[in-house]
Structures are given as C-alpha cells and as structure tokens.
Design a binder for this molecule. Sequence first.
Ligand code: GLC
Length: 575
Amino acid sequence: MTQHLVVPARPATSGEGESNAQRRTGWWREAVIYQVYPRSFADANGDGMGDLAGIRSRLPYLRDLGVDAVWLSPFYASPQADAGYDVSDYRRVDPMFGELADAAGLIEDAHALGLRVIFDLVPNHCSDQHEWFQQALREGPGSALRKRFHFRDGNGENGELPPNDWESIFGGPAWTRVTEPDGTPGQWYLHLFAPEQPDFDWEHPAVADEFRSILRFWLDLGVDGFRIDVAHGLVKAKGLPDLGVHDQLKLLGNDTMPFFDQDGVHEIYRSWRPILDEYPGERIFVAEAWTPTVDRTANYVRPDELHQAFNFQYLGTGWDAEKLREVVDLTLDAMRPVGAPATWVLSNHDVTRHTTRFANPATGATQIRTPGDRVLGLRRARAATVLMLALPGSAYVYQGEELGLPDVTDLPDEVRQDPSFHRAEGQDGFRDGCRVPIPWSGAEAPYGFGPVAGGPSWLPQPDSWAELSVEVQTGDPTSTLELYRSALAIRAAHPALGAGDSVEWLDAPAGALAFRRAHADGAFVCVANTGSSPVRVSVSSVPGRLLLTSGEEPVRTDSGEEIEIPADTTVWWSA
Ligand code: GLC
C-alpha cells in the first residue's frame, strides 16, 4: 500500500531542473524555509550541544529534503539565559557553536548546494553581559550608556517600586532593580523578557547605528537574510504608560500594548531595507511580529520594509476546515494590497510541535503539556503540512517536523532550560519540549545527533525516537520523512504551486475545504478533510491525476462519480 506517490529526487540546482523558487526571481515569494535550532540539530564535537560544524555536515540532507533556504536560530556569543536569544556579542560565534570561520563555511557550503541561509537578528534586547550594559551598570544613573537602555528611577518613597506596571513575557515584572556602583539599591531597567535580556532604547542613535553595522557585518559574510526576533517590540509608547491590568500575557496577540506593535517600528525597517538592497542576490528580512490582526502584520511587509512576516494567526488555527479557510482568506486579502507573499507556518522553537497540538483538543493554546492521541495527532499533522505546502506563498518547516516528531511533554523539571519555566515556577514555559535534539540514526541515544552512541545530548531524547530517525524513515514510502520529500518535490516542480496571491475555493462537504490553483501549464486542486469521517467529492471538481495523499489509506476513485477522502487527510491533484 502506498500512501503517496514517490516522485523523482529534487531537481538539480541549475539549468533545466531548477525548482520554482530557484527559477523565478523573488525566490522568497515561494520559498520553503527550514528552521534549524542549532543546539539540537547536529553535534559534531560530541559535547551534547549542537554546533555549526554539525549543521554543515547535514546540509546535503536539507538539499535532498527539498527546501530552498535554512534559517538558523542564534549561535552568537551568549550566556544562554534564553538559549542564545540573549546576545552578548553580535559579531562573534559562541565557542559552544564554533567560530566565525564555521559560519562563513556554512554559508559557502549551503550556497554550493543551492541553499540560501538566513540568520537570526535579535535587536529588541541583548544579554545583560553585553559590554554596553555592563558599562551602563558601572557608570551609574544619568550616564551616556544608560541611555541606550530603558533605565528609570523607581516609584514609591525610596524608588522601591517598578517604574510602571508592565509584565515580562516570561512572568513577573518587566523591570529589575540594579545595585548602583556605591552599593545602594538604585535604578530599574526594562526587560520585556528575562532579566538577563535588557531592552535597548531604540530612540538612541547609537543603537540604530550599531544594528546597521551588524547587518553589514553578516551581509558582507554572505548571509542571504535575517529573521528579526521580536520585530514588533523595538519601539515603546512615549512615556512608558501603565497598562492598568494584570495578566498582560493573556492580552498578547489580541490587544494593542504600549510595548508591542507601535507604529514607530516601521521607521526602523524603512531604514534597514536600503542596506539590504545594496547587496546582490535578493536578500531578505522576515519578521517575527506578534500583532493583533493579519492586517497589522501586513504593515511590516510594505514594499519599503521587510519581505515576509510569520503568519502566527495561521499557526494558532486548529485543524478545522472552516477556520482554516477563513484564516487563509484573511491572510491573502491582507497581503495582496502590500504585494507581499503570504507565509505559512505550523511549528517553531517556541510552540508545542503541531503533531502534539493536533493530538489534543483544540484550545488555541500554543504550549501543551499532554501527549494526547499520538496516532491522531500525527495523522492530522501530516494532513496539515500537505495543506500548508499547497497554499500560495512561502512556508516554514521546523526541524524534526519532517520526522513527525511529537513534543516531549514529560521532560523532568531539572533538565528544563526554558527561562520562562523557572520564572513561572513550572506553570508555563514548556518550550524545551520542541527543542529536544533530533534523531538521525542508530538504536541508542543520541541517535546520531552526536558522534558517539551513548554520548550526551543537552536534553534527553525519548527511547521511542529510535523508530523515528532519518535512517529508519528514509526509503519507507509510508514514512513522514518521505511524505515531506514527495510534497516538496512536487511543490518545486508543479507550475501551479508556490508563489501566488489567491486560491479559487471549490464546493466542499462540511468539515472539508477544497481549492484550485490555476496555471496555463496545468491546474492543481487540493482537498483537505479535517473531519473524523470520510467525505465524498465529485469527480468533476478534481482534475485528472492524483499526486499525493497525506494518509495511509488509498483514496478511492472507483465509483467513477465520487471520490472518497478519508478522515483527517489532504489530497493533491493535477490536471
Ligand atoms: C522570540 C524568540 C524566543 C525568545 C524571545 C526573546 O520570541 O523566538 O525564543 O525567547 O524572542 O528573545
């Protein structure tokens, strides 16, 4: 029994066999971008922590998988208070990941394989060990370096209360009081995340200058673009006004906050765009911008700003045909006027893997602590991916989702490193579950993540992952890995897939959605059944050739008039 058709391996990177994204300009309008989480991808030196040499050695795997680009989460010098999103030196590679030559070599190797490389830029905050912050602490109140951060006197008689009521995304107040050089309790500084991550004051020209220089540093090295961390956070409302409510985390994504999505951030991106455009080779910016609406997200990708923004509204939508159709329409309608491609994403290093989200009842939560029904979760996750890859625009794949990895929901508390887990006293911050090193081969942990069987990995891998390794899944036509490979190869070759700004919805039974994508060289139809029983669609609505199905059962076409789509399954056809 074949669950999907195996198509030829990914086309070569030049000449006739180029993929859609390679052939057309504006590669990023349809690119599939694979997120590597450097700590957990591949560990070349066997210390239990992934590294750049490990990533380099696995680049051919990514080429064969069929993605167009690789985005690396931060590998810069960092005390790792937030897994590298606390940067102490923006121009240095942390020794735990390698050195600058490894980053340069990685870019070079990737380019030779036809892959583009995107680095992560963290401009909202740095590490408290960053030279500027350390100097600001030493220089005391009113000093020049303190003006590059948000230092304020406290409220209350003796300044013992934080300057305003803002709460940290990781729990607790967004302010920490410092001890002044003379040993007295002193000013407070703002940190929207952990206390080890002081926010820059972007009103200060030195901050803006520094980041323009950092951009050039990595562009000169040959990087193809940047993912901008907390792109919506750089500018704070004038006067840092109180919110007047508690539990502010619950408002995120729904309400306008004085520290997020302020209009002033767009000036910054308008000043960055010309820098990027000076460099050859269509380099790009992608925004991590959590905003209340898709329309607000579209502001980040106006023609003179960034190229793409993650579609978190899509990520947060459950496995529900009606809601998915709605968010697809909202997204395409929001992006069309600004001329930016839609993006689609189901998993990343901050949320419970979609295999596990879909294994649990839909609550809209992105962090889930129960494994749920694993078989169902995987089935839906596969169907959700096949749907995502059929949509017009660019798509993001998070490392390990191509193996169908579940989130590890039962990590012991003592191995967890997510700072929000510790700040929220174990009530929140379950991001380690999606960050467990991925299995490559072998029967014993770390399953080829590190060079030696029985060697270390910074988070323990479940025993069951022996069965989910790249080695086990390669060549098995029923595996999730081969499903991704097939889907990506078809997507790269089919004229109607990839870039676009609309879909034509077709009639579909309740619980299913169906759309057509037209192209002069051949149309394409996708039907996704999100329900728990099969649905039937008329043969007249689908073109000739079945290309792919996410499920294990054959798609029955024998009646001649109707086609039966099994439960929780997405199917592709070509005309
Ligand atoms: C972003 C990152 C997340 C990090 C946070 C603070 O949301 O994706 O991992 O903790 O920013 O930098």
